[in-house]
Design a protein around this ligand. Structure first.
Ligand SMILES: NC(=O)c1ccc[n+]([C@@H]2O[C@H](COP(=O)([O-])OP(=O)(O)OC[C@H]3O[C@@H](n4cnc5c(N)ncnc54)[C@H](O)[C@@H]3O)[C@@H](O)[C@H]2O)c1
Length: 327
């Protein structure tokens, strides 16, 4: 049985991946500081270590104690706007914390490493759709921190003979029956639309209606979190080194997502149109052919209807997120 050490396993994508690995009979250790994650997501079957990646001794001890076969690294700060205001937090957590983890993984003789990277490493691409060879030119410290870690991972693999995969997620969304998206503050489109449908927000803000897209609003590639979890399992099994886009190749505009949410929820979802925000590219769409051919990955749950109806079921069941709810 494989033993996988998961940083950020109490967070949104990490917790759902934990469940996927446990369902395959794997042993899982979760390492999380619970700054953003939720204790309610921690399953009885896995070991939990409360610790912070920025504390080099803590992460080294955790890996020496557990000696896993593989590490999956989800833990990070992930708010683009915050990264523009406090880039130093992103260097400390995503870069220095990440490198503490990498050093300790090599020290503990871990052979496989899988990293949660992001389409934010591409910035505004000169050509669409985005392939793994599209130039990476991040436009904010968050994306830059992810790219810095990708480079560090690449050289650790070259120099220490471990295999390391960077999975570049596009827009993660959706939920399982048990687990869903509960960030505070919530910066993602779909949970905010659904909070508006629940009456917890008065209206949705659409930032920019004059982009060069069919309806003038930004177009993004939405990927169901269950498909992301499956990609992690496949990446673990394949044991290669490299970077893989995880998206569907189909984009939806903000207005299309809101219209679909109105149909699925049966709610009005009022919107207010606002000016563009700095640094929002008009369109981000992935080509994920490499993940299809090398990992055998096929997204199964990522139609926008399935994403929204799964997320809606979860939000209706957990209107306050994980607060005061029992799984
Ligand atoms: N959500 C998306 O759309 C998206 C897209 C691309 C990439 N990603 C990346 O995927 C990963 C997971 O995203 P998510 O939405 O599940 O995030 P999340 O914020 O829900 O989860 C991150 C987890 O990491 C933990 N953590 C953060 N810093 C830590 C530290 N120093 N030590 C220990 N634990 C720490 C938090 O407590 C939290 O449980 C992140 O690396 C993010 O950058 C997310």
């Amino acid at each position: 049985m494989k033993h996988v050490f998961i940083t950020g396993g109490a967070g949104y994508i990490g917790s759902i991946t934990v469940r996927r690995l446990l369902a395959e009979g794997m042993q899982v250790t979760i390492f999380d500081n619970l700054e953003v994650g939720h204790t309610e997501t921690l399953p009885d079957e896995s070991k939990f270590i409360h610790g912070d990646l920025r504390n080099a001794e803590e992460i080294d001890n955790a890996l020496q104690q557990t000696k896993p076969d593989a590490v999956m690294h989800f833990a990070a700060y992930a708010l683009v706007g915050e990264s523009m205001q406090h880039p130093e937090r992103y260097w400390a957590n995503n870069v220095i914390g990440g490198i503490n983890l990498l050093n300790s993984a090599v020290h503990a003789n871990v052979q496989r490493f899988i990293f949660s990277s992001s389409c934010a490493t591409y910035g505004t691409p000169s050509k669409l759709p985005i392939t793994e060879t599209t130039q990476q030119q991040p436009e904010n410290p968050y994306g830059e921190s992810k790219l810095m870690f990708e480079r560090a991972l690449h050289w650790m693999c070259e120099c220490h003979g471990i295999t390391g995969i960077a999975l570049r997620y596009f827009n993660a969304c959706g939920a399982t029956d048990e687990l869903g998206e509960d960030h505070s503050p919530e910066s993602h489109l779909i949970p905010n639309i659904l909070k508006t449908a629940l009456g917890q927000r008065e209206e949705m803000h659409i930032y920019g209606t004059d982009f060069s897209t069919p309806d003038g609003t930004c177009v993004r590639d939405y990927i169901h979190v269950k498909d992301l979890a499956q990609a992690h399992l496949l990446a673990l099994q394949v044991g290669k080194t490299g970077a893989y886009n995880l998206g569907t190749g189909t984009g939806y505009s903000v207005k299309e997502v809101i219209d679909t949410a109105r149909r699925i929820t049966g709610k009005n979802i009022p919107v207010i149109e606002k000016p563009r925000r700095d640094g929002d590219p008009a369109e981000l769409i992935a080509i994920a052919d490499k993940a299809h051919s090398e990992l055998g990955w096929e997204p199964r749950y990522s139609s926008i209807e399935t994403i929204l109806s799964d997320a809606w079921k979860w939000h209706k069941k957990h209107p306050n997120g994980y607060q005061e709810t029992e799984l």
